[in-house]
Design a protein around this ligand. Structure first.
Ligand code: AHG
Length: 335
């Protein structure tokens, strides 16, 4: 088999970026490598989930009161394990854990980053073999290095993110991450067990024809949201319509597709859940950061997601993200 030496692995790519910044310490590259390693391990289990007794409910609920699947626990443990044993992370917050975890050893206390995760998003899709994903967010600590990380390190506005990304376990497995310098996507080459650069410098098309929303909740949405959804359906051919509705109920898969093809993803508040379902720190902040770096936009229907200062770890928010022109049109209805 011919080996393509032009293809860069995730490690080679992050090291290349490091060379452009002589003052960089390499901690972020280490962190991304650690997350990539955990993702490869999670990928193995996701792929064989139908074969072994790891599939299905764990028989407990997480802090959100939602059903926890066994793979969620596995993914959480993998991420926590690699970062605890790595040298670049002072602590983590996870959708699967009630509170943040500070690693609190000499090396970790000197680390300048903390991470937040949704270890396995879309887990209700595990049993039915539909794409799921891992979402992550990286912040530089605001507490003093040398001491354990504190709550204020985790409760920072999304605009302070240093990096954010996701892994999609789909027809192929991809890791996409953003820093302020750009968004790059890496596809797992199973033959060498490495994420390799496949989608350099990803940009979200300014417009699209896909809208993604849970239609089952239509009558629970506020009037502006209903009007926008109706407008998507009523568009005529001259305005590229009617738009196509695509909703997997796995945000990683829905937003990944819209990022590549152009589109809008919405999880608005409903009459019974005004703040919606999605978590600001684990789901919305990372995707808002990625979308903005790629040229898209993300709001809670009123203002920029990345400007929300969180008050608690498991805070929820309505979420709208996607192609800039579609977002601007949506805002004329929702505002
Ligand atoms: P979960 O991980 O509990 O399956 O939640 C998935 C999230 C998100 O990925 C998806 O877009 C949304 O919840 C789907 O929720 P609805 O089923 O309410 O539409």
């Amino acid at each position: 088999m011919a080996i393509n030496r032009k293809v860069q692995t995730l490690d080679e790519f992050t090291l290349q970026q490091l060379r452009d910044f002589p003052k960089a310490t390499g901690e972020l590259s280490n962190l991304l490598r650690d997350i990539g390693l955990a993702a490869k391990r999670i990928n193995v289990e996701v792929n064989k989930a139908g074969l072994v007794d790891i599939l299905g409910d764990y028989g407990t609920t997480n802090i959100q009161g939602e059903e926890v699947k066994k793979l969620d626990i596995f993914a959480n443990n993998q991420l926590m394990g690699v970062l605890r044993h790595g040298i670049s992370c002072a602590g983590i917050g996870s959708e699967e854990m009630d509170d943040f975890v500070v690693f609190d050893d000499e090396t970790s206390n000197k680390s300048k980053y903390v991470c937040l995760f949704d270890p396995l998003d879309g887990s209700s899709n595990i049993d039915v073999n539909v794409s799921i994903g891992t979402i992550f967010s990286v912040f530089r600590r605001v507490s003093d290095l040398g001491n354990p990380a504190t709550e204020e390190d985790f409760l920072q506005a999304g605009n302070k993110q240093v990096a954010a990304g996701y892994v999609i376990y789909g027809s192929s497995t991809m890791l996409v991450y953003a820093t302020r310098r750009g968004v790059n996507g890496f596809t797992l080459d199973q033959s060498i067990g490495e994420f390799t650069l496949s989608h350099p410098d990803m940009k979200c098309p300014p417009n699209g024809r896909i809208y993604s929303v849970n239609h089952g909740n239509f009558y629970k949405y506020e009037e502006g949201v209903k009007q926008y959804i109706t407008a998507c359906q009523k568009k005529d051919a001259t305005s590229g319509g009617p738009y196509t509705q695509r909703y997997i109920a796995s945000m990683v898969a829905d937003v990944h597709r819209n990022l590549i093809k152009g589109g809008i993803f919405m999880y608005p508040g409903t009459s019974d859940r005004p703040a919606g379902k999605l978590r600001l720190l684990y789901e919305c902040n990372p995707f808002a950061f990625i979308a903005e770096v790629a040229g898209g936009k993300a709001t809670d229907g009123k203002g920029r997601i990345l400007d929300i200062v969180p008050t608690k770890l498991h805070q929820r928010t309505p979420f709208f993200v996607g192609s800039i022109e579609m977002m601007e049109e949506m805002e004329t209805y929702v505002k």
